[in-house]
Design a protein around this ligand. Sequence first.
Ligand SMILES: [Zn+2]
Length: 125
Amino acid sequence: MTHPSELLSSFLDGELVPEDHAAVAAHLGRCSACTADLDGLARVRDWIRGLPIEEPPVPLVPTLRRPPRWAWAAASAAAAALAVGLVVSPAQPQEVDLNMLAGQHTARVGVVPGLSMARGPVGGP
Ligand SMILES: [Zn+2]
């Protein structure tokens, strides 16, 4: 077995399958470099585990705040006003001045080349 550097952390944590654990243990018995690496990993692990657990100075998850009651009241009033407005003043049909439209069409036909006045059906059966 070459130096099992990538397995030392798992060996230390007891996460290797029995065959790998036995192979790493056998290697450690004859390799001082890997034994030194394993000792270093153990010291780092112990140092990290010895660090105090600190509480964050501010909550990392903000507390959910409910909107104030006045916001619900304002939203309800706005919805009611919109509904009343739609019922009280529905859209009024606009009157169309046919004479004005006919005049505009005639004026356009006179100015734009290629346009001609529509004519009614010619002839019939
Ligand atoms: Zn080794």
